[in-house]
Design a protein around this ligand. Structure first.
Ligand code: FAQ
Length: 308
């Protein structure tokens, strides 16, 4: 890596150009993107599990069809993202090994349990809502394949967000039991949803370089603020109460939250709290169950490969 190559790269970033797979890039730019995109892919794949558990227990055929389509979308998102990471030289095998062996990170939010049907709606409203805020920003990022994957993923997640909101608003206006179920889901998902957008800016070691190279266009706290300003009024309008006694609006009209329990966040990220072990066991089993498909595909590919 020469200083001239670095200078030319920085100038391209300054001009707002997209960096494409064959282009020269600093090793650290490549490393950061592989880290972030593979973690994101793993999150989509593990993200199928909390909601997937409810497919057989959906309360109507309509809700069941919507949930099946949503979970299938998450699998597709994982695929686009693994492909985007592959354009940087990461291999699918290495990424899957890292996930299955527990070395790789994936979003903290998917280590929380889904205890009731309303959790499915609350994930759509809050988790997809937070993911969209983060990913709309990433759709403008400097790496072409990642930014383009985000455009499609965000449009699909907008449907997920709407179905979640529609479900929770329906229950919030329903019977006392349904209202209680929606409120209970909000009580459990509110803080994890705020945490999933990452540590405060002062405690975010990767943000500096990601911002400088146009990968992150907004900081963790800026995205969290956008999430709050959109979601707080809508949840209150639905008649739900937010489990934060210090939540208030400042003079500029922004919603401000009380202190976040980051010790819980780090314990969940490290797998010391929550369902990390169960999630990985389910993924390992699924991988094992799919072995025959991989073997059949390799055998077919070997048989149909053109002979020299
Ligand atoms: N969970 O320096 P920062 C979805 C780690 S997709 C676990 O601030 P950065 C769709 C971070 O990796 C949700 N670890 O990191 C869906 C780093 O550790 P490392 C996933 C976390 O990268 C919906 C360390 O903390 N979305 O929900 C988390 O600048 C419904 C220091 O943090 C993406 O992955 C966390 N929440 O900012 C599916 C989007 N936060 O790697 C199913 C792409 C931070 O140095 C159902 N990623 N850490 O060892 C990003 O935008 C960024 O990576 C952030 C973190 C914003 C997540």
């Amino acid at each position: 890596e020469t200083p001239e190559q670095h200078a030319a790269f920085e100038a391209r970033i300054q001009r707002g150009e997209k960096i494409e797979p064959g282009d020269w890039m600093p090793a650290e730019y490549r490393r950061q993107l592989i880290r972030m995109i593979s973690q994101h892919a793993h999150s989509e794949v593990v993200g199928m599990l909390p909601e997937g558990e409810w497919i057989t227990r959906a309360p109507s055929l309509r809700r069941k069809l919507i949930l099946m389509a949503k979970v299938q979308d998450e699998a597709g998102h994982g695929q686009y993202l693994y492909h985007a990471a592959e354009t940087l030289g990461a291999t699918r095998e290495a990424m899957l090994d890292a996930l299955l062996s527990g070395q790789a990170k994936y979003s903290s939010i998917f280590n929380y349990p889904t205890r009731s049907w309303a959790d499915v709606g609350m994930i759509g409203w809050l988790v997809d809502g937070a993911a969209i805020k983060n990913q709309t920003m990433l759709a403008g990022c400097s790496y072409g394949p990642y930014s383009r994957a985000m455009v499609r993923i965000c449009s699909e997640e907008t449907f997920h967000h709407k179905q979640g909101k529609e479900m929770i608003v329906t229950y919030a206006r329903g019977t006392a039991g349904q209202r209680q179920m929606a409120q209970d889901a909000l009580n459990r998902w509110w803080w994890p949803a705020l945490m999933m957008l990452g540590p405060h800016d002062a405690d975010s070691p990767n943000s500096g370089v990601l911002t400088r190279w146009g990968i992150k266009l907004k900081s963790n706290d800026e995205v969290r603020q956008q999430f709050l300003d959109e979601h707080v009024p809508e949840l209150l309008e639905a008649g739900l109460s937010i489990p934060d006694p210090l939540l208030h609006q400042d003079e500029q009209g922004h919603w401000r939250h009380g202190p976040i329990d980051w010790s819980e966040f780090w314990a969940v990220v490290k797998g010391e709290r929550g369902l990390n072990r169960e999630r990985l066991a389910t993924r390992q089993q699924a991988h094992q169950d799919g072995a025959w498909v991989r073997e059949a595909m390799s055998a077919y590919a070997a048989r149909t490969a053109p002979t020299a």
